[in-house]
Design a binder for this molecule. Structure first.
Ligand code: DAT
Ligand code: MG
Length: 150
């Protein structure tokens, strides 16, 4: 079972898209193991986006992600990391296929609605950055046996 970090970015919150974004993951069959609304402090944003430090868009990215509230979640399920990335669509919404989150809700790269961890190592690192162990909940849903063959 995999867990991955998602962030509904400030543009998604301001545009009232929290529910629509989260509902896609629920409808797919994934489970939320953690969820919170927060405004990301600059220091946390810098750690989260450390890989982009020095790139031309880095300063704008950090100021954008800290500019207003976000919803941070941990999405759990088989293949969650890669499937969430596929559901997000390409980084630049101009290249994101219709049917993906970015392809349905966004048009420019700076305001692309959602973050999702890009692999197993970043998922583990990013979940740890945003959630304490006691904020992640282990539970089963009555629908699980109709979603996951086990
Ligand atoms: P992703 O969010 O798809 O993992 P990324 O990790 O390469 O993409 O970049 C992180 C974010 O930085 C991305 O969601 C939007 C912003 N970004 C990336 N490339 C950009 C660019 N060329 N110009 C402006 N913002 C960019
Ligand atoms: Mg990334």
């Amino acid at each position: 079972m995999e867990r991955t970090l998602i962030i509904v970015k400030p543009d998604g919150v301001q545009r009232g898209l929290i529910g629509q974004v989260l509902s896609r993951f629920e409808a797919r069959g994934f489970k939320l193991a953690g969820l919170k609304l927060m405004q990301i402090p600059r220091e946390l944003a810098e750690r989260h986006y450390a890989e982009h430090q020095g790139k031309p868009f880095y300063e704008g990215l950090v100021s954008f992600i800290t500019s207003g509230p976000v919803v941070v979640g941990v999405v759990e399920g088989p293949g969650a990391i890669a499937t969430v990335r596929a559901m997000m669509g390409a980084t630049n919404p101009a290249n994101a296929a219709p049917g993906t989150i970015r392809g349905d809700y966004a048009v420019t790269v700076s305001y692309n609605i959602i973050h999702g961890s890009d692999g197993p190592e970043s998922a583990q690192r990013e979940v740890g950055l945003f959630f304490n162990a006691n904020e992640l909940v282990d539970y089963s849903r009555v629908t699980d046996s109709w979603v996951i063959d086990q």
